[in-house]
Design a protein around this ligand. Structure first.
Ligand code: SF4
Ligand code: F3S
Length: 106
């Protein structure tokens, strides 16, 4: 599956959801995740993310491997999102800030 990484947190641009052919993005308060049971690894979402926050599972950086189980754990709990919406306030300022995981809302 493809994995949403740390840099989505507090940005949530949502451009990714418009291109997913199987609607497998799930929406938390300040991050999206990908349902690994639904993702078909088409990779079309990767270049759409302004935060470069989506990678194939095999390309997840070593220091963000915890996002693999995080996507899997949140996906069944969060609702589907299939249309893009406005990013979170301050998204452009927070894009690129390292280690936003402590700010993840559930
Ligand atoms: Fe959807 Fe394809 Fe991205 Fe998987 S890789 S989340 S199927 S757009
Ligand atoms: Fe997050 Fe990027 Fe989508 S910031 S909401 S993965 S476009």
């Amino acid at each position: 599956a493809h994995i949403v990484l740390d840099n989505c947190i507090r940005c949530k641009y949502t451009d990714c959801v418009d291109v997913c052919p199987v609607d497998c993005f799930r929406e938390g308060p300040n991050m999206l995740v990908i349902d690994p049971d639904e993702c078909i690894d088409c990779a079309v979402c990767v270049p759409e993310c302004p935060a470069e926050a989506i990678v194939a599972e095999e390309d997840v950086p070593a220091d963000q491997e915890n996002f693999i189980p995080l996507n899997a754990e949140k996906a069944p709990k969060w609702p589907a999102i299939t249309r893009s919406k406005a990013p979170l306030p301050g998204a452009d300022d927070l894009n690129g800030t390292p280690n936003k995981l402590p700010f993840l809302e559930d």
